[in-house]
Structure formats: C-alpha cells, structure tokens
Design a protein around this ligand. Structure first.
Ligand code: KIV
Length: 278
C-alpha cells in the first residue's frame, strides 16, 4: 500500500494521469481511522455535520468552532489521507480578512490541510485572499447547500442554458482565482463533463455523474446510517442503521434478562481482601 500523504500536488497529478480521486466525509476520530486505513485519498470534514451529526435540517447552523472541533478530532485519526475542512455559513462572506482568519483557524487549530468554500465568481476575491495566506482552497459549485434559501430547497442546478453557462463561468473564475479543485454538486452529468474538460484542476462530483475527476459522498449515506433523506445520487454500501438497531436491542434484552454481563466480563478481588469486606 502507498504510504505517502495525499496533497494538493497529488490532486493535480491524479488529473494529469487520469486517476480518479476518492473522497468521503468524516466527522470524528474513530471513523477517520477507518477511512484512512481504507486508502481514501482525502477526507472532507463537511458542514453536512450540521445535519448528520447535529440533527439540524440544514447546514446553516454550523459554526467555525464546530468545524475546528471536528477537524481536530478527524486529524488525530489520519496518517496519509488529506484533510479538507469546510468553511461554514457566514465564515467567509463578510470580508476577505475575516475569511482568511477563519480559514487559518481550520488550519492552525483544526489541523486541516486545506479548506473548502461554496460559491463561484462572487467568491474569487475571497479565494485569492485565502490562497495568498498560503492556504489551499477547494471550490464548490452547483447545489451549494448554504444557499438553499435562495435556491428554494435542495435542487439540481444548471439545467437551463443560462444557469449552465453561469456554472461554467464560475468554474473558470475559481480556477483563475487559484483553487486546487472544485466540487460539483447535483449538476447534470453532461454539464459536469464540459466543466471537467474545460478546467485544468480536478472536479470532484457528488451527484454530477461519471465524468468528474473524482467522487465524494457523505459517509453516513454510504453506510446507511442517516435515514432522514437519501438523495438519488447516493449508493448505499451497507445498512448500518439495521445492524446498530439490532445490536442495541439485543444488548438491552441481555441486560433485562441477566444474560449480560457474564463471568468473563467481570473483574475479581483477592479472597483475603474480600473476607475483610463482609
Ligand atoms: O458538507 C459536505 O459534506 C459537502 C460535501 C457533500 C461536498 O459539502
């Protein structure tokens, strides 16, 4: 197995060599260890944690402190996987200076290797400011969940000529501003192909079809642990929800019936000490 750490340079090399880039989200130490051991190239500590970890109905409640906390948990579980920390809602919209300060916290306190932010042309100045501070930035266009109140919900983007053109322009503007890669979320496959062919940095698809340079999914979705809503683009590789529910029910039944704990789960005390206790 290759033990070298995946970096922004590895992203560029992968596109050049036509090797697909693998990404997953993770939010805690134990899961990060498993993802790292599986050889996934990069982990995104996504602000999707607002939904799958914190139980909100959108990503809008997540704070920079939340992201720093989860990035640092994940960072302790990885050796060679690259760590990208998501910039949460309002952490990069107020001024480029504030964006640099918040991106810097994800790097310094969260141990992230890079940050990701949502938006296209409108975010070019922010991307330039953060990359000027020597922090690599990943872009994210298409269905950007921090904009659901503008989009009117979680909807596929770029289906009309005008919106498709805008996404192409956004991708070119982000590349020009210096991002090392762009997430394309919930866009038609053929549009994702055009964008992937037009830019020189890798595209990472989520609901963007087969022609992107890499793929990312939310780990809770592929493992079948988040049942509130499963988008069409998710492939579920396990049904951990059922396994976890069955295990917890069996544990509770064992405790009630006295079948757990057994002798092998207990500790002993020296006979002579025991006698003195009665
Ligand atoms: O927050 C997140 O998990 C994301 C990915 C799904 C791309 O932005």
């Amino acid at each position: 197995m290759n033990n070298t750490k995946f970096t922004t340079q590895s992203f560029f090399m992968a596109k050049q060599n036509k090797e697909k880039i693998t990404m997953l989200t993770a939010y805690d130490y134990s899961m990060a260890q498993l993802v790292d051991a599986s050889g996934i190239n990069a982990i995104l500590v996504g602000d999707s944690l607002g939904m799958v970890v914190q139980g909100h109905d959108s990503t809008l409640k997540v704070t920079v402190d939340d992201m720093v906390y989860h990035c640092s948990c994940v960072s302790r579980g990885i050796k060679k996987t690259m760590l990208v920390g998501d910039m949460p809602f309002l952490s990069y919209h107020i001024s480029p200076q504030e964006a640099v300060r918040n991106a810097g916290r994800l790097i310094q306190e969260g141990n992230a290797d890079a940050v990701k932010l949502e938006g296209g042309k409108n975010m070019a100045d922010v991307v330039k400011a953060i990359t000027n501070a020597q922090i690599p930035v990943m872009g994210h266009i298409g269905l950007t969940p921090q904009s659901i109140n503008i989009f009117g919900g979680f909807k596929v983007q770029g289906k009309e000529e005008k919106t498709a053109h805008k996404l192409i322009e956004d991708a070119l503007a982000l590349e020009d501003a210096g991002v090392f890669s762009i997430v394309l979320e919930a866009v038609p496959e053929d549009l994702a192909k055009i964008i992937t062919e037009k830019i020189h940095i890798p595209t990472i698809g989520i609901g963007a079809g087969r022609y992107c340079d890499g793929q990312i999914l939310v780990i809770n979705d592929i493992l079948g642990m988040y049942s509130n809503f499963t988008p069409k683009f998710v492939k579920q590789y396990a049904n951990l929800k059922d396994i976890i529910e069955k295990s917890i029910t069996s544990y509770a039944e064992d405790v009630k019936s006295g079948q757990f704990p057994e002798k092998k789960h207990t500790f002993t005390i020296n006979e002579s000490v025991l006698k003195k206790l009665y």
